[in-house]
Design a protein around this ligand. Sequence first.
Ligand code: AMP
Length: 490
Amino acid sequence: MSADVITSLKQMAATPGRTWIVGGASYGDLLAETGRLANALVSLGLRPGDRLLVQVEKCEAVLSLYLACLRAGVIFLPVNPGYTVSETAHFLTDAEPALAVTDPARAEGLAALGARVMALPDLLAQAKEQSSDFTDPMHRPDDVAAILYTSGTTGRSKGVMLTRENLASNAEALVGLWRFSETDVLLHALPVFHTHGLFVATNCVLYSGASMIFHPAFQPAAVLAALPKATVMMGVPTFYTRLLAEPGLTRDATAHVRLFISGSAPLSPATHAEWSERTGHAILERYGMTETNMITSNPHDGARRAGTVGMPLPGVEVRITGPDGGELPQGEAGAIEVRGPNVFKGYWRLPEKTAEEFREGWFITGDMGAFDAEGYLSILGRAKDLVITGGLNVYPAEVEAALDELPGVAASAVIGVPHPDFGEAVVACLVATKGTVLDEGLVRDALRDRLAAFKIPKRVLVLEDLPRNAMGKVQKAELRRVHAGLFAAG
Ligand code: AMP
């Protein structure tokens, strides 16, 4: 069993003056604040197992609330502040939170939906009146710590129940793997409603007694200015591509950083190479999802292979299965399945859906992948994004990697579009680099010596931009919807 998040917090807070947020709270301050907030939640009538919905713009208080919930045994339920009131309605009816904490501007809208709402400043003011001493009740490792809703690109978004042990085991594995120590300073510019910024970033800091530079949002110029004081940065691939567009990104600007980590969406080998060239750092790419926390990581010490997500974390097992559910030999592409203490407890109030996603105790991630001979996993895309054209499988990731290498291609997304002859046709959606004009025929010609004919996109569409979610993930369902009629008769 791993050390609970709160055990770790208390241990780190025992060292006086240890910095949690650079220029802000110490671990001692954090422990006291979580005590006051936990007392406030209890005084508001919240009991272990109740849900606290938190929908506020990114601020340090979100992290204090997350930890206060863990102390009180209240289930923390963060929601993207970008969601409208009507989008948030689903979480209110589905999770039935005992209290919703919001920014003042949103309070009225959520209250109109029948929720019990408190504006964050009011809760913080109420906590100020409370004692910082809080007697933590007993918790079990498999108690639900948090519910995070899936981004819901297909169907209704589902509540992912994560236990204390899920969070703790993953934090311990990552701290060891990525060599976190109390001398580290993490540059935190990720959202805190998603597993990446909330758990991966925050818990790595907390479990090592490190500190963080906390940015309310990702601003390339502000991040560049802060890098000389940071030792680690975690980002989604768009952080890296946007930083590469900054002339100030140099070896000097990144010299103080020991580790750049990327995840939540595929980092193109082209970006990996460009980053290496400009800064001298090999970005470490890892793979995970809300349901499983982190699954694999490239090594800290060994080779970090572009286009791969590395090996399974200690204690985590990964297997690749074929259409009949049988395990495939090494090297073959198939469905990625995961087993280990990192894997969630189930979808909130959806036992049948949960059962469907597991096979003999293994969670079916919905991603396709293959291991190479050295044990590095490559992600080939979501199973539902696989293109079957004329009966042949095309993995979008392979075509995207070839496209990203072409001069003038800033970003690419490959989708399957209904086609009268082929069933589906491979279609590439491209964004050109500034000042470049991409020609459909030339792009297709350039792919001919890199890809078999059936993988070459039947059409190449040049777009202003690709639709992405808050984590920078391309919304392929949206691209498929918009371009569904591309090959329609007439
Ligand atoms: P989420 O639950 O929002 O974190 O999304 C998880 C999904 O993001 C995974 O199932 C993958 O499809 C994708 N993903 C996460 N990390 C990577 C990565 N390093 N490379 C490719 N896809 C990734």
